[in-house]
Design a protein around this ligand. Structure first.
Ligand code: PLP
Length: 383
């Protein structure tokens, strides 16, 4: 049995979500746009799921556009906003994000820079936080949009999104937030944002489904044309996926209070590791974080970074799945852009592991992980 502590990469499908999806996977063929009974049933199911997802973030169902992923939702928000502004307001040619966003967001900003947008990438401090005074100093009446994630996927650090949104809005700029890791784990209210990104598979829903909240009246143009999603995202709806997302969102809302239990286990893991591995440190550990995440930097007895990839491999052999950072970047040789932005050297970043728990994590699992550590420490540090 694997001890799965990589829930920021993806989560297991909740049994209730699977049950909700099954009739839509194996039932009669049903396109929600079709005029017959099965089509109508699919349409109703999508509508119900949309309401469930909207409830999680305090949105109206009509404000949600279903997408194929969080990455797509973020692209739809930012490109949808900027392509509209290009036509309506030529004075705004500046966009802002942070150095610790998801790689797909940073790649989009790089693409926009090449297309002629003036881009500011805000640095973060040693705790992984951007400074609101830095943001205040760069946002002007020429800024079109600010994008800041709600919670970082590698460290769990909660970003100052409410303050950032207030600064953007004070200058007439739009505000987008990527809440893919936060929604379902901490309370998320769409009220602060013009656009908000969600992902089903980070909250025990299926992969390949995301959603974008678009504030009523916020500029938007579809990335993919078609009549679905009120003409805001073409393509036949992924009915089982959307139904699963709805079920996952409802369950996440019910489980939100259990976040304390997850945090208790995370803290037990973190304290246990620090006690068993002299010189280990928590990256981003001094500030508010998601309850399920800890990112730990491992050092040898003299404070020199150890090779976390070897640690990861040995944990994997012991049936414990953790990660070195974003799933898409682990496996590559590049040190984490998040940790280096926090001031870690490449070697220190490569000495760091992310442990991300879920509501299904147990004390026995945490104790089993801690039980492996003394031998691993002896092997890696003595070696
Ligand atoms: N945004 C953040 C903060 C993430 O952690 C992830 C997933 O790793 C994504 C976006 C991408 O999510 P999806 O796989 O749904 O595109």
């Amino acid at each position: 049995m694997t001890i799965y502590l990589d829930n920021n990469a993806t989560t297991a499908l909740a049994p209730e979500v699977r049950e909700a999806m099954l009739p839509h996977l194996f039932g009669p063929a049903a396109n929600p746009s079709s005029p017959h009974g099965p089509g109508m049933a699919a349409r109703l199911a999508v509508g119900e799921a949309r309401a469930q997802i909207a409830a999680l973030i305090g949105a109206k169902p009509a404000d949600l556009v279903m997408t194929g992923s969080a990455a797509e939702a973020t692209h739809a928000a930012i490109l949808g906003a900027l392509r509209t502004l290009e036509e309506t307001d030529h004075t705004r040619s500046h966009i802002v994000t942070t150095a610790v966003e998801h790689p797909s967001t940073l790649a989009l900003f790089e693409d926009l820079r090449q297309q002629g947008w003036r881009v500011t990438i805000l640095p973060v401090n040693a705790d992984g936080l951007p400074s609101l005074s830095d943001l205040g100093a760069v946002v002007t009446e020429r800024t079109a949009l600010v994008s800041m994630m709600w919670a970082n996927n590698e460290t769990g650090v909660l970003m100052p999104v409410a303050g950032a949104s207030a600064i953007a809005h004070a200058h007439g700029a739009l505000f987008h937030t990527d809440a893919a890791q936060a929604a379902g784990r901490v309370p998320v209210d769409c009220g602060i944002a013009d656009y908000l990104t969600l992902s089903a598979h980070k909250m025990h829903g299926p992969k390949g489904v995301g959603a974008l909240y678009v504030r009523k009246g916020a500029p938007f143009r579809p990335l993919v044309h078609g009549h679905q999603e009120r003409r805001r995202r073409g393509g036949t709806e992924n009915v089982p996926g959307i139904v699963g997302f709805g079920a996952a969102a409802s369950l996440a809302a019910l489980w939100m209070d259990e976040g304390e239990l997850v945090a208790f286990l995370r803290d037990r893991l973190e304290a246990g590791i620090l006690a068993r591995w002299p010189g280990a440190q928590v990256n981003g550990g001094r500030v508010a974080r998601l309850p399920n995440t800890t990112n730990i930097r491992f050092a040898d007895g003299r404070g020199r970074p150890v090779d976390a990839e070897e640690l990861l491999t040995r944990l994997d052999r012991a049936g414990i799945a953790v990660s070195m950072g974003a799933a898409c970047s682990s496996g590559g040789n590049e040190p984490s852009h998040v940790l280096t932005a926090m001031g870690l050297s490449g070697a220190e970043a490569s000495a760091s592991l992310r442990f991300s728990l879920s509501r299904y994590s147990t004390a026995a699992e945490i104790d089993a992980v801690l039980g492996e550590l003394p031998a691993l420490h002896a092997r890696l540090v003595a070696a």
